[in-house]
Design a protein around this ligand. Sequence first.
Ligand SMILES: [Ca+2]
Ligand SMILES: [Ca+2]
Length: 237
Amino acid sequence: MICAREKVFGVISTIIVCTFFGVETTASADVILFDFGRGDTGISDLRTTGNWNNVHSLQESTGGGTGGTGVRITDAITDAGVVTTVDLNVTDDFSAVNAGGVLASDVYATSAQRDSFFVTSSDGAQIRLEGLEAGEAYDLTFFGSRAASSPPGRAFQVDIAGQGDVSLDAANNVDQTASIDGVLADSNGFIVLDITAVTDFGYFGVLEIDGDFGVVPEPGSLGLTCAALVCLMIRRF
Ligand SMILES: [Ca+2]
Ligand SMILES: [Ca+2]
């Protein structure tokens, strides 16, 4: 009797685990692209179509707004459209959103190159990438553009504690990127990026991540996996 109860408990536990935690697989090397800038609420829509993750402000509807703390992308897609476990979390707000980049598509689509979130000399930002594979190495590439005919400075710097830093001048930029390669996700699957202005302002427009990502199974395949596990356990009664 006790044994039967334990088996029933086992089946129920399997259903609960499948329902709440899903079944993850790891994709082969892939690319995730984030476009920082304007969305569609109240002002011009500069989101990039296709397999991009558009990061835009929570405050746009009130007139421009900022790339505020709490802006979040959940289950980012790869450039092949695969849904991953990767989240992007703005843990320290940017100063505001800008759409004054050079109209060009040398590296990415124009809608990605021309807008950005920006920081100032007195107001940096922080992004935490979550849901990465713990201990896995990732290559990170950054882009930013701001049409400019004179000072002040428009360069941003990205620091990843203990793993490297890089800067990129966004002034009139159309084809330059900056990268930090081989960045290790910590034991939580996190990589934290601190973004600052080198001098006056820093325009941060695109983040590209190259590496292996966990994949969120499609609902259909998840259901089949759970059903198969439950059937297997019932047959063993
Ligand atoms: Ca800030
Ligand atoms: Ca954009």
